[in-house]
Write a protein that binds this ligand. Sequence first.
Ligand code: FAD
Length: 497
Amino acid sequence: ADGARVPALVIGTGYGGSVAALRLAQAGVDVHMIEMGMAWDTPGPDGKIFCNTREPDYRSYWLRTRTKAPLNYFLGFPIDRNIPRHTGILDAEEFGGITVYQGRGVGGGSLVNGGMAVTPKRENFGAVLPSVNADEMYGVYYPRANAGLGVGTIDPAWFDSTACYQYARVGRKHAQRSGFPFVFVPDVYDWDYMKQEAAGTVTRSALAGEILYGNNHGKKSLQQTYLAQARATGRVAISPLHKVTSVAPAAGGGYAVVIEQLGTTGDVTATKTVTADRVFFAAGSVGTSKLLVMLKATGALPNLNDEVGRGWGDNGNVMCGRANHMWDPTGALQSAIPCCGIDNWAAGGAFAEVAPLPTGIETYASFYLSITNNPHRARFSWNAATGKVDLDWQASWKQPSIDMAKTIFDKINAKEGTIYRTDLFGVYKIWGDHLTYHPLGGAVLNKATDNYGRLTAYPGLYVIDGSLIPGNTSVNPFVTITALAERNIEKIIATDL
Ligand code: FAD
């Protein structure tokens, strides 16, 4: 409520925020979490909380009047459609050179993501987080994060037999025939539930094309894991549809946090100020970076250091499809949850996920999301004229990612006698190079913050999300975001409280 005082305020309810809230509450601290998105705990008129990727409706996008599907064309035809403006679940946030997809709601990105829960290879960790002790991460915090998230791996025997992963088996065959290492990728989806979906004994979710706009069953989002545990402590309150717009030192100590309450069309219905002894920025790489850059430039937190806003990367995301021969059908029924990848990181700088195209019809297409070792890093800066934060990413900076992905797919195409699909991202456009699902950086660990996420110019202010990671994790990022948050909050609780 307006005028309240709280010991710890967490901005955002994604991975970093959920870890912070749970561990603080377990240490006896009362926590208030502020989330700009909706609670996603109430069914809509169709009886479902989340809508399907094939039928986007008012629930699908954050304050847009037209969908912006990542795969925006099919057979050369645009597939986007008009929708009512609503505080929906997926934000396609547009900057000059890139569209950044993010989850909005209680659970952050865990609501919309594929649940692929990948721990980087240890040999790559030095480049991911250079100032962090790898022994501690691989001995303690990665295992803790994997346990807390409920990570599991597909039963290989079921993988070999189920119709819904035929597309992935085609992906495996083509990878192996070209000599690339094929790997199973763990996920937070309940694999036993998926088996029952395939057997027809439970309501389908992954097998009904649910993914980008939320899963109604099967996926263990943060609402089922960290946040459920946090709520069970009785010490964590969550305010959905509340957006933090300012944080500044308060006269009597602590920080004054200004919060706008939103209606479901994005209108501001109330403005509140609360005082917090400690504030944890967990608004995601883009959300936290935008807040910190704005607060530094506008004089609310002028002593934040000059690293704030720097070191942002796209995790080298790039997408492509391949057209298979008629004897390699990929299946009309495709699980929306990816389960495997092609690892060419060491030789070619690319790790490619064999991704579904859950259209419900046979497409003879193989689809891939590659994570690549793109060297470019962008910077957020305050634009006083527009009153907004800009990001200086250039569209042409995706070229190294395309080149790295080609180390895999040019070879596979040559071996199989196949070609790239040119109809998935536009008219005659091969590469999905306009977007990222994996924003990272902007408040980099040991640069913008100390080595545990403290904003040292302001005691009691912390960063604890993907903005700490300098732009690339070599695999999908949320396990690393979670593990780093576990490491940092343990130190903060031990030394600062
Ligand atoms: P987030 O999870 O983004 O949480 C930040 C939260 O803060 C959000 O809920 C946001 O609404 C809220 N917020 C922002 N600003 C404010 C504000 N001012 N006031 C109040 N609240 C605010 N990663 C993987 O590892 N595996 C995958 O399979 C995978 N698939 C993905 C698929 C898609 C479509 C997308 C979009 C992402 C995917 N990711 C995946 C990425 C992963 O979801 C993110 O890396 C992760 O969610 C980032 O965690 P975070 O804690 O940094 O922030």
